[in-house]
Design a binder for this molecule. Structure first.
Ligand code: C2E
Ligand code: CA
Ligand code: CA
Ligand code: CA
Length: 278
C-alpha cells in the first residue's frame, strides 16, 4: 500500500509540477506583458436585429512571444489569483477609452453607441476599485457612448451590499451594467430587482439549446419574459446560425453577438468594419 501510494503520488506530482510551472511562467510573463505591449484590445460586434452594429464587447488578447495567442480563459484566472487583474483591467479600460476618443475624432457612425467591458469579480470587489477607476474614466472625454461593465452573478454572492454600493457610485459616473453569462451562475430573482443593471446577456449555452425541439420551454423564453417584466434589455451571446437568430427574433430578442455576425476582431480591423458601415 505504501509503495503504491508513493508511485501514485509521484505520478501526480510530476503532472502537478508541470502544471504549476506553466502557470508560474504565465504569471511571470503577465508581469511584463503590458510594458512589452503584448496585450491587445479585440472587439466583437454587437448587432441589432436590423443588422446594425450598435456596440461591441472588449475581449482581451495576449500575444505571447513563444506561445502565440493565449486565451483569456487561461490567463485571466492566473491574473485573478496572482492579484494582477486590477492592473490589467485598468489597462483595458484606459486603452478602450483611448480608442473611443481616437475613433470619435476620426469619425464614428452615430449608430455606434456602446462599449462593454468585462470586469472580474476579483477586481470589482477590491476596496480601492472605485478610487482607481474614476480617474481613468475622468481622463477621457467620450461623448454619447455608453460604457457598460459586464459582471457575473457570482460577484453578488459574497458581499451584496458592497457590490450594490459600488454599482450605484459608478452609475452616477455614467457607467451601466450587464449581467454576463446570465442563467449559469448563482441566480436569484430578488437581486435582479434591486440592482442597477440594464442588460442581461443570455449565455451561449441557452442560445445553443434553442434549436432543440424537445424542449418545450427553452430557458431563453423565460429570460426574455423576465427581462420584459423587469424592463431590462437582453442580448443573446454566441449566436452562430441564422436559424438561431430567427428563432430568437421571433421570441422578441433584439440584440445579438456571435460568430454568425463576426468573431472578435483586432481593434483596427473592427474600426475598418465600422467605417465600411458593417
Ligand atoms: P465572455 O465574457 O463570456 O465572452 C464571450 C466569449 O465567447 C469570447 O471568448 C468570445 O470570443 C466567445 N464567442 C463569441 N461569440 C461566439 C460564438 O458564436 N460561438 C462561440 N463558440 N464562442 C463565441 P474569448 O474572447 O475567448 O473570452 C473568453 C472569456 O475570457 C470571456 O468570456 C471573459 O469571461 C474572459 N475575458 C476576456 N477579456 C476579459 C477582460 O478584459 N476581463 C475579464 N475579467 N475577463 C475577460
Ligand atoms: Ca463578457
Ligand atoms: Ca458571456
Ligand atoms: Ca464569462
Amino acid at each position: 500500500v505504501k509503495a503504491e501510494g508513493r508511485n501514485g503520488f509521484r505520478f501526480f506530482d510530476v503532472s502537478m509540477q508541470r502544471q504549476a510551472q506553466s502557470r508560474w511562467q504565465l504569471e511571470e510573463g503577465l508581469h511584463k506583458a503590458i510594458e512589452r505591449q503584448q496585450l491587445e484590445i479585440w472587439l466583437q460586434p454587437q448587432v441589432t436585429n436590423m443588422g446594425i452594429i450598435s456596440g461591441a464587447e472588449v475581449l482581451l488578447r495576449w500575444r505571447h512571444p513563444e506561445r502565440g495567442m493565449v486565451s483569456p480563459v487561461e490567463f485571466i484566472s492566473v491574473a485573478e489569483e496572482s492579484g494582477q487583474i486590477s492592473v490589467i483591467e485598468e489597462w483595458v479600460l484606459e486603452e478602450s477609452l483611448r480608442l473611443l476618443c481616437q475613433w470619435q475624432s476620426s469619425g464614428l457612425p452615430d449608430t455606434f453607441r456602446h462599449l462593454s467591458i468585462n470586469i472580474s469579480p476579483a477586481h470589482f470587489m477590491q476596496a480601492d476599485f472605485i478610487q482607481r477607476i474614476l480617474p481613468i474614466l475622468q481622463r477621457y472625454n467620450v461623448d454619447d457612448i455608453n460604457i457598460e461593465f459586464e459582471i457575473t452573478e457570482n460577484l453578488l454572492i459574497n458581499n451584496f451590499k458592497h457590490a450594490i454600493d459600488t454599482m450605484l457610485l459608478l452609475k452616477e459616473q455614467g457607467i451601466s451594467f450587464s449581467i454576463d453569462d446570465f442563467g449559469t451562475g448563482y441566480s436569484s430573482l430578488r437581486y435582479l430587482n434591486q440592482l442597477p443593471i440594464n442588460v442581461l446577456k443570455i449565455d451561449r449555452s441557452f442560445v445553443n439549446d434553442i434549436e432543440n425541439v424537445d424542449d418545450e420551454t427553452p430557458i431563453v423564453d423565460v429570460i426574455l419574459l423576465m427581462a420584459k417584466k423587469l424592463g431590462l434589455e437582453v442580448i443573446a451571446e454566441g449566436v452562430e446560425t441564422s436559424i438561431q437568430k430567427q428563432l430568437l427574433d421571433h421570441r422578441g430578442c433584439r440584440l445579438y453577438q456571435g460568430y454568425f455576425y463576426s468573431k472578435p476582431l483586432h481593434h483596427r480591423t473592427f474600426y475598418s468594419l465600422l467605417q465600411e458601415g458593417g
